[in-house]
Design a protein around this ligand. Structure first.
Ligand code: FAD
Length: 325
């Protein structure tokens, strides 16, 4: 029998769960508060420039995810990023291990768009605390008020602190579990440079100072436009400066980039991620059949893009009572 399922969050976890449930014949609607799908897999654009300001790349270690990534590569929505990496500021200067690093093409956001196509994904819906009534789950959104449909089951596929807030009334035990998960922030600067940087590498892990990662966005496949670098602050620095003014943060991070030898910028944009990455459990997902509620996301399966996708698949299989294989 077809079940009506609402998924809150159109990041990789929510979309992975949605596609498996939809393929099994269920009626699935995915809601997201953002303007487009993909969540932290995102790309910002302007006149003659673009840059991935969330996830920089992803790797594939689990066989199930490797098979899925191979399909994405085959369809052209993802490609390996053949970069020259470096490690800066370390005394031993170890080169990072070199797994294949994949990126969305022509931007990271392309993957979310591709996964959403063919699904009923409604963007611009900030879902508020769900309410369970005798006939099922009822939702409301900040933009549209109470929604008409009633859902047999709901899936919450948002970062742990946001899940904790959403579930405070409807599922206090799950809310407490989500609240216990720590997620790390990340201040990010996108810099359009006046001239190409002459570093001799495309991306570097930085040890010491406010920066943790710098990358030449144009070195990724399918990118065009002006030379753009993504500068990410370390988790510790981001946490210490999380409430600081964006202008001060931009100044500190760009000064550190200049001290590494980077050229001047013609324009910069700064983004504060309150919930960027996590040191996550390997639970997979949570399914409470008595409530008709599931949780998935990177924070339940080791973090990162791969973990998010696997978590969404894991939850769908729990709901369908199938083994993940
Ligand atoms: P999300 O992508 O966060 O999706 C959750 C969705 O829920 C969002 O679209 C959000 O808008 C929506 N939402 C939240 N609340 C509501 C609500 N109330 N109503 C409706 N919608 C809601 N991973 C890697 O593998 N490699 C990397 O190099 C890497 N670098 C990163 C760098 C940065 C700066 C950041 C931010 C992340 C990085 N990550 C990286 C992590 C990776 O992006 C995430 O692990 C993964 O994208 C998480 O997917 P998700 O579906 O679990 O969550």
């Amino acid at each position: 029998m077809s079940t009506s399922i609402a998924i809150i969050g159109a990041g990789i976890a929510g979309l992975s769960c949605a596609s498996a449930l939809s393929a099994a014949g269920h009626h699935v609607v995915v809601f997201d508060k953002a303007r487009g799908p993909g969540g932290r897999l995102c790309t910002c654009r302007g006149d003659d420039w673009q840059a991935d300001h969330g996830a920089q790349y992803f790797t594939a270690r689990h066989a199930l995810f490797q098979r899925e990534v191979a399909r994405w590569v085959e369809s052209g929505v993802v490609a390996p990023w053949q970069l020259t990496p470096a490690v800066l500021g370390s005394e031993r200067n170890p080169l990072p291990e070199a797994p294949v690093r994949y990126v969305g093409v022509p931007g990271m956001s392309a993957l979310g768009k591709a996964l959403a196509s063919g699904l009923d994904v409604r963007t611009g819906y900030t879902i508020q605390q769900p309410v369970r009534q005798a006939d099922g789950w009822r939702l409301s959104s900040a933009e549209h008020g109470a929604l008409d449909a009633v859902y047999n089951q709901i899936v919450v596929a948002v970062p742990a602190p946001q899940a904790a807030a959403l579930l405070a009334q409807a599922a206090p035990a799950l809310s407490t579990m989500a609240a216990a998960q720590n997620m790390e922030p990340c201040w990010t600067v996108i810099a359009q440079l006046a001239e190409p940087a002459q570093f001799g590498f495309d991306a570097a892990f930085v040890n010491g100072g406010p920066l943790r990662w710098i990358a030449r966005n144009n070195s990724k496949p399918g990118r065009s436009g002006q030379e753009c670098w993504v500068l990410q602050a370390s988790e510790q620095w981001s946490a210490q400066h999380i409430e600081h003014d964006a202008a001060d943060v931009t100044e500190a991070l760009f000064t550190a980039f200049r001290q590494l030898g980077g050229p001047t910028a013609v324009a910069v944009r700064t983004h504060r991620w309150r919930y960027a990455n996590c040191v996550a459990d390997q639970i997979g997902s949570v399914w409470d059949a008595s409530l008709g509620m599931g949780l998935c996301g990177d924070w339940l399966q080791g973090g990162r893009v791969e973990g998010a996708w696997l978590s969404g698949r894991h939850l769908a299989h729990q709901m369908l009572e199938r083994r993940l294989a």
